[in-house]
Design a protein around this ligand. Structure first.
Ligand SMILES: [Fe+2]
Ligand SMILES: [Fe+2]
Length: 205
């Protein structure tokens, strides 16, 4: 990862001037977040990929927030900029400790197989889920508003909802209706993956 990406990530996080931000940064630097990939086999599956994806998500979230404010100016008040930054930069903190280096078999252009450095996934460190794990990992260091917690918890949107679970469906729907930040962070996560981080696994389509 280039220092520029890491510096931009840290600058945005510090720009919120939130109590505990330095403690959060110290934690991110010691728990693996800064060196982790964003995935094992999809977008940004390289060291530093998680910081880059988090930064891309934040930039997308700010672009959505700015755009939607022109259509509905009340967003400025209901959803402060620092909330957009905190929730988007930290939505995937749960991925800090789930990727482990391994050697995988990769098919060459000639159809033969060769060893390639890669990552495998294990949830053994803290099998708590996804968005909910991020919230729990952040709270000892940084106070979050209810809207920020909900946006991080539900950032996977309807993709991660168990449709047979009535309570989960109602909770997600209610979170979206009460807090614009929930939809902003989910949309930003999708847009950063699908527009800013394309390429790499077309053959799986
Ligand atoms: Fe995620
Ligand atoms: Fe994400």
């Amino acid at each position: 990862m280039s220092d520029k990406i890491k510096d931009e990530f840290l600058e945005l996080l510090r720009s919120t001037e939130r109590d505990g931000v330095e403690d959060m940064i110290e934690e991110l630097q010691s728990n693996g977040f800064m060196d982790a990939p964003a995935s094992a086999g999809h977008h940004l599956n390289v060291a530093g990929g998680l910081v880059e994806h988090s930064l891309n998500t934040c930039k997308s979230a700010l672009a959505i927030w700015e755009g939607m404010k022109t259509l509905n100016p009340s967003l400025e008040k209901s959803t402060p900029k620092d909330s957009v930054i905190i929730a988007s930069l930290l939505h995937d903190v749960c991925k800090s400790d789930v990727y482990f280096r391994t050697v995988k078999k990769k098919k060459t252009a000639l159809g033969t197989w060769e060893d390639a450095e890669g990552y495998k996934v294990s949830y053994k460190n803290f099998p708590m889920g996804h968005g909910e794990k991020s919230v729990i990992m952040i709270l000892p260091f940084l106070e979050l508003t209810d809207a920020e917690m909900l946006a991080i918890r539900w950032h996977m949107g309807a993709w991660a909802i168990d449709k047979s679970n009535y309570e989960e469906v109602r909770n997600y729907d209610t979170a979206c209706k009460l807090n614009p930040l929930v939809s902003i962070v989910h949309a930003a996560d999708m847009l950063s993956s699908h527009i800013l981080e394309t390429g790499g696994d077309d053959e799986e389509l």
